[in-house]
Design a protein. Sequence first.
Length: 111
Amino acid sequence: MKIDPYAEVRRICAGLPQVVEHESDIGVRFKIRGRNVAEVFEWQGSGPMIVVWVDPDEREFLLAGGHPYFALRHTDARIGFVVEDTTDWVEVAELVTESYRRIAPRSWSRS
């Protein structure tokens, strides 16, 4: 069964306090206090992608593994990955939750 990445990230974010969904020109952003926790979008017909914020060390580790991960910018802590039939949704949940912990106020992200 093919998983809808928008629905799955929405389900993951529903369990995170104060995350609000916003439509964007190319997809959906999940935010807390105006800051992106995760984004799901399609870029120029390439299929669904997800962007999250990760620890810089983890970012380098993931990028070293190559596809499906890619860098958005060389200097920030965001990472993107292409959604495929083989996408590990447990790992996606961990990455989205970690992104939330990096972005949310400490009192919310530690609960």
